[in-house]
Design a protein around this ligand. Structure first.
Ligand SMILES: Cc1cc2nc3c(=O)[nH]c(=O)nc-3n(C[C@H](O)[C@H](O)[C@H](O)COP(=O)(O)OP(=O)(O)OC[C@H]3O[C@@H](n4cnc5c(N)ncnc54)[C@H](O)[C@@H]3O)c2cc1C
Length: 415
């Protein structure tokens, strides 16, 4: 039966695409050597099972092959790969069980933001060092009273002569302890409220006026931090999009959190599900009909996830950039992975509740008391919080996709 003409479509790769996949595969085989062998198939988000410094070194290694800038234009040092090539890169990368990448926010968030909103001097100063892996970035958005309600930011910056002087606190700043720079949304309009009067500043981390305090997580790692600014400074020119334009630029950055890499994520989810099925088969839980039903649900969910992501990529390829409907994908994959973590523990049974180290050192060398599957279970809870919590995604879908009435907003006073 021909469903919507699908039977007549040719899904095979072109010769050029096959050569590209071969180039990626060969490069990875040649470069995952020596110290990087310790990263093979490890270091995925939340697993905390490898040395972050080694992951940073791996980013620099990837840069030597030009793989950090696959979606950046050639004039700034990128490879300018097509969307299909980007997808093929991420897919091949995961299939090769290549090292889990440290979240490189320069590549995924700041670089694209500078291309969209930055000045030419800003692009030329910062992007090449992002693509060479020399400078690592972190994101300074959230504050103790500004998370979902981001426009409640209190960190302020004032222009004194040729420098912005910054005071305030950020929180949950992932990788701040390793980053060279931070992009900060700060209040520069005196007495301004909510979305107005914010600016997007690029601030060097190596100054005594910035203090980073790691927050130890349930998993035993310390990926994120409290970051304090006590008269920290940055140059007057390091404001992106102009003074007072911070909200527009900050929202632009969030829009870059989607992209071709999501197909790689889907491939790694598939590998996790296959591992889980193997465990169920080997420990006899596969014979439990309820567990089988849950595994099948997981498999179906993964297929839905795949089709959603392909739909999003098709929209990107045809330039009809998805808007609020992206929230459907985020809500779905975050919830799917959280459920997979729960199923891991159910299939593990009582051994899932027993703390047992798998030999990896955590924060400050303290051995982890959790194994990989327990950490997946705990970390997958975070997916439904960062990048917009599940509740916020539902609000967006309700209001901006379905056109439902807006939820009542709390009254904010100016104190
Ligand atoms: C692993 C991880 C990494 C992170 N990394 C970074 C980073 O690098 N940089 C950075 O700036 N931030 C980072 N964050 C912070 C993240 O962006 C915030 O946690 C997120 O925006 C939620 O804000 P909050 O924690 O203040 O929770 P809150 O906003 O206080 O929310 C608390 C609860 O209330 C619900 N809620 C809030 N408002 C509404 C509403 N209007 N309607 C219905 N429900 C609502 C939320 O869904 C949630 O369940 C990270 C978070 C995590 C978990």
């Amino acid at each position: 039966m021909d469903i919507c003409g699908l039977v007549d479509m040719d899904f095979s790769y072109s010769k050029t695409q096959e050569n590209f996949v071969e180039e990626v595969r060969t490069w990875l085989e040649e470069h995952i050597q020596g110290e990087f062998l310790a990263l093979r198939g490890k270091g995925f988000t939340g697993h905390d099972d490898v040395d972050p410094q080694l992951q940073i070194a791996w980013e620099k290694e990837l840069a030597t092959g030009g793989w950090l800038g696959i979606d950046f234009p050639k004039w700034i040092g990128g490879r300018e790969c097509s969307l299909v090539e980007q997808v093929l890169f991420h897919k091949t990368y995961v299939e090769a069980k290549a090292p889990g990448r440290i979240p490189n926010m320069g590549v995924t968030l700041l670089g694209p933001t500078l291309l969209a909103f930055g000045s030419k001097p800003q692009q030329e100063r910062f992007i090449p060092k992002i693509l060479s892996g020399e400078e690592l970035w972190c994101q300074g958005y959230s504050e103790p009273e500004a998370g979902s309600d981001l426009s409640n930011i209190k960190t302020r910056a004032e222009l004194v002569d040729d420098y912005w002087v910054i005071n305030g606190q950020k929180v949950w700043t992932s990788l701040a302890q390793y980053a060279d720079w931070i992009f900060v949304v700060a209040r520069t309009g005196k007495g301004s409220l909510r979305h107005a009067g914010l600016s997007y500043l690029l601030v060097p981390m190596s100054q005594a006026e910035i203090t980073v305090r790691p927050i130890i997580q349930l998993t035993g790692g310390a990926e994120f931090n409290e970051t304090f600014f006590d008269n920290a400074i940055t140059e007057k020119e390091h404001v992106v999009g102009g003074q007072g334009q911070g909200w527009k630029v900050a929202m632009g950055t969030l829009a870059f959190e989607r992209g071709a890499s999501t197909l790689g994520q889907q491939t790694s989810f598939r590998q996790e599900l296959e591992d889980l099925i193997d465990t169920a088969v080997s420990n006899g839980m596969w014979d439990n009909l309820v567990i089988r039903q849950k595994l099948m649900d997981s498999y179906i969910g993964l297929e839905i996830l795949r089709f959603n992501q392909l739909r999003m990529l098709t929209a990107l390829a045809t330039d009809s950039v998805p808007g609020a409907e992206q929230s459907i994908g985020k809500l779905f994959w975050a919830s799917w992975h959280r459920k997979l973590g729960e199923l891991w523990m159910e299939i593990r049974g009582s051994s899932g509740m027993v703390a047992a180290t798998d030999g990896h050192a955590g924060y400050e060398g303290i051995p982890y008391t959790l194994d990989k599957e327990q950490r997946t279970f705990l970390y997958s809870r975070a997916h439904t919080i960062y990048g917009g919590s599940n509740q916020i995604q539902r609000n967006i879908i309700g209001e901006r996709v379905l056109g439902l009435p807006k939820e009542p907003r709390p009254m904010h006073n100016s104190k």
